[in-house]
Every structure is written in structure tokens, then in C-alpha cells.
Design a protein around this ligand. Structure first.
Ligand SMILES: *Cc1c(COP(=O)(O)O)cnc(C)c1O
Length: 410
């Protein structure tokens, strides 16, 4: 009989967002009069429409598809040259960072990239993953058979968890153990924390001394306002020898539904072969994309290209300012309610400690019933997230203000 992938059976049931949706639905059917009042600050999805520069470029790209002379079929699997160039130039070389056009691989999302990257890595790597964490890093390793079973707290055997709490400012210390693959995400989802240049330097030095790989998720880099905070791992000397960077257009340009992201794989990044040789990862990722991917839609890539025009950049700034304006309102409201508040300054997430010993899910139910607001329970991001909840700034201004009023009234 056909065999299934048993690793999937190790996955913890009740994935966070379906469980949130279930509880909200149950609350709304039990309280129909309150249903219309519910404000959702749970899921990290953008709310504002695509920038006008993107819309205009995509309309034009649709017209390209309508004429034989300008029609495009299959594009390069790695992304169109016009976009790889715009990314490498604007996001890296204009900031003095050495990244070549052909080190950029355009994709349909960072979530996909974070999972797909495992295709080019071996199975015996010792994994370092932060706790709390974006669940994709953990679950994709479980699916790939890189872990044992989970314990009651949800921690998998075979993963070295890097605890992030108020004591370390939600930035993990470099461990004494030898790890091979380390996932770092800054600005962080869910905690909203950023890593300083000194902290990232310590991680790059650790990775270089152990010949380890850092998978650096910079999905929220556009939200950094503090000029001292690095936007890219490649701002740290030596990172081209030890790091892959993931970036996405989901949170800066609002492409969560339109889908586009990219991965940077420096040609100078080496990994060990089974026989002890050392080879670059770049050709493997190139091969992986060529074999399993057929590129992002031409229309979408033209839309993303427009984010790099002067109007596009200004419009992205407008979007970020809108969400960070919400973040300031929500942050202040939680502080005024007397709660210990983290994040929300260089990231669109506010990370709040629950009061009076409430668990994360107890706080979720309380906020839903008493204030009709949806937050994300911290424990859904890992055992160290217990005792916290996340407020997302992705919302309309009116909803953020109403959310703030309701917290104040609690
Ligand atoms: C939203 C998000 C992404 C982006 O994912 P896409 O698939 O590009 O939409 C990546 N990493 C983290 C941590 C995120 O929160």
C-alpha cells in the first residue's frame, strides 16, 4: 500500500490561526449582537490596497500580454532580469552592500522560500530555532523529518530552541553548543524585537566559526525606523560567507494576496558535502528553482518593479507610516492599561505580557468576550510565548483607535 509521510503525523494539531478562527466563529454565533463589533488584530495580514504605482504597472503589464509583440510566456525561473536588477541595486548596492543581480531569486513568497530552502540542505544538520517563532520554520523541518516527536509543551526533539524573553530583549544569545542551521527573523514576528548590529555580529561570528548557516528572515525590514538597526544581514562583515536572506513584498508593498518575495543566496556561501568537500549553495538553489518552479507571473513582477520607482517608494513609505501610526496608538493604549509592552516601534507587532497570571489563551478569550477584539495568543508561537499576546498593527486607523478605546475601558 502507498505510504504517507509519517512526519506529518508529528505536527501539532490545531494550528494557531484555524484555532483563532474557530473561537471567533463560535463567539459570533453565540453572540450575534456582538459579531459586527469584532475587531480583528490577530492575523498578520495587511489591510490597505496596493500602491497606485503598482496598479498602473500591472495594468500596463496586462496590456503587454494582449499583443503578440509584447506577450511574455515562461520567464526565467529565477525572476526577470529587470526585477532582479532593481532589487539588487535598490535594496543592496545603493546601501553599499555587495549583492549581484544573479544572487537574487524571485519567488511567490517568503513562506514558500523558508520551506523550500530545506531542499538544498542535508538531513543531519543541528537546528537552532528561536522560541517564540514564526511557526513555518519549525513545521517545515518536522515535515522534512528533521525532528523527533513533540513533547507536551510542543517542543520537538532534535530542535535546539533559542529562548527569547524580556531578559534578553527577545534576541537569542549565541549558544555554547555547535549548531549548523540557525533561523533568525528581525524585526521579529511575533515579538516586534529588532537585533542590534552587535547582536547580529555575534551571530555572524558564531556561524563563521562553526561553519554554520544563518537563514535570515527580513520580511519586516521596511518597518525599521531606528537608523542604528541593520536592515540586512549583509550589513554585517562576513555574512556573505554564512547567510541566506529572505525578503518579501507582502508587508512593505502589500503583496500578501498578489504574492512576490525573493531570496538572496551569495555565491560565496559554501556548505559541506557528504564526503567532506566544500561547495557553494548558489548553484543548488538555482537548480532547485529551475526544476521545481516556473517563475512569478510577469504581471506581478512588473508590479513589484514599480515599488522601486520614486512614486512607488513614496507610496510604500505612506503604507508603512499608516501601519506604524496604528502601532503607536495600540502600543500607547496597552501601556496605559498598565501592561508590560514590547515591540511596535520598528515592527508592526506589539508584544504584550498578560496580566494577573492569565495564560495566553485565557487572555484571548477575555479580550474577545469583554472587548470584542481579536489578538493572537503568544503560546501559539512557542512555549516561551506563553504569558504574552500579540497585537497586529495591520488595520484601518479607525479600527486601531477603536481597539485602543476598548482596551482603555477594560
Ligand atoms: C509575513 C511573513 C513573511 C512573508 O511571507 P510571504 O509568503 O512572502 O507572504 C515571512 N516571514 C515572516 C516572519 C512573516 O511574518
Amino acid at each position: 500500500m502507498v505510504q504517507l509521510n509519517d512526519n506529518y503525523l508529528k505536527l501539532k494539531a490545531g494550528y494557531l490561526f484555524p484555532e483563532i478562527a474557530r473561537r471567533v466563529k463560535a463567539f459570533c454565533s453565540a453572540n450575534p449582537e456582538a459579531a459586527a463589533r469584532v475587531i480583528r488584530c490577530g492575523i498578520g495580514d495587511v489591510t490597505e490596497p496596493l500602491p497606485p504605482a503598482v496598479i498602473a504597472a500591472m495594468h500596463k503589464a496586462v496590456d503587454d500580454m494582449a499583443a503578440r509583440e509584447t506577450f511574455r510566456g515562461y520567464g526565467p525561473e529565477q525572476g526577470h532580469e529587470f526585477l532582479r536588477h532593481a532589487i539588487a541595486q535598490n535594496d543592496y548596492r545603493d546601501h553599499g552592500l555587495d549583492v549581484a543581480d544573479d544572487e537574487i531569486f524571485v519567488s511567490d513568497g517568503s513562506k514558500c522560500d523558508c520551506g523550500n530552502i530545506l531542499d538544498i540542505l542535508g538531513h543531519g544538520n543541528r537546528l537552532g530555532i528561536t522560541d517564540p517563532v514564526y511557526p513555518v520554520y519549525v513545521d517545515t523541518n518536522v515535515m522534512a523529518g528533521h525532528t523527533g516527536e513533540a513533547n507536551e509543551a510542543g517542543a520537538y526533539a532534535g530542535i535546539h530552541y533559542l529562548p527569547c524573553d524580556a531578559a534578553n530583549g527577545f534576541v537569542p544569545e549565541v549558544p555554547t553548543e555547535k549548531l549548523d542551521v540557525i533561523y533568525l527573523c528581525f524585526p521579529n514576528n511575533p515579538t516586534g524585537a529588532t537585533a542590534s548590529r552587535a547582536q547580529l555580529t555575534a551571530w555572524v561570528e558564531y556561524a563563521r566559526s562553526h561553519q554554520a548557516l544563518i537563514l535570515f528572515d527580513a520580511a519586516y525590514e521596511a518597518y525599521i525606523s531606528d537608523p542604528a538597526v541593520p536592515h540586512s544581514i549583509y550589513e554585517i562583515p562576513g555574512a556573505r560567507e554564512c547567510a541566506i536572506e529572505f525578503r518579501s513584498f507582502s508587508k512593505n508593498g502589500g503583496f500578501t494576496g498578489t504574492r512576490c518575495a525573493f531570496t538572496v543566496v551569495p555565491k560565496t556561501l559554501l556548505a559541506a558535502t557528504a564526503t567532506g568537500g566544500r561547495l557553494p549553495l548558489h548553484p543548488l538553489w538555482n537548480r532547485r528553482m529551475s526544476t521545481k518552479f516556473n517563475g512569478v507571473s510577469y504581471i506581478v513582477q512588473r508590479g513589484v518593479e514599480a515599488l522601486y520607482t520614486p512614486e512607488g517608494k513614496q507610496q510604500v513609505r505612506g503604507l508603512i507610516d499608516h501601519y506604524m501610526g496604528n502601532a503607536a496608538i495600540l502600543r500607547t493604549a496597552a501601556q496605559k492599561a498598565g501592561l508590560p509592552v514590547f515591540g511596535g516601534v520598528n515592527a508592526p507587532y506589539i508584544w504584550v505580557a498578560t496580566p494577573d497570571g492569565f495564560t495566553s489563551w485565557e487572555m484571548f478569550d477575555r479580550m474577545l468576550c469583554l472587548a470584542n477584539v481579536v489578538i493572537t495568543p503568544g503560546s501559539g508561537f512557542g512555549s516561551k510565548g506563553e504569558g504574552y499576546f500579540r497585537i497586529s498593527a495591520f488595520n484601518s486607523r479607525a479600527n486601531a483607535e477603536e481597539f485602543a478605546r476598548r482596551i482603555a475601558a477594560l
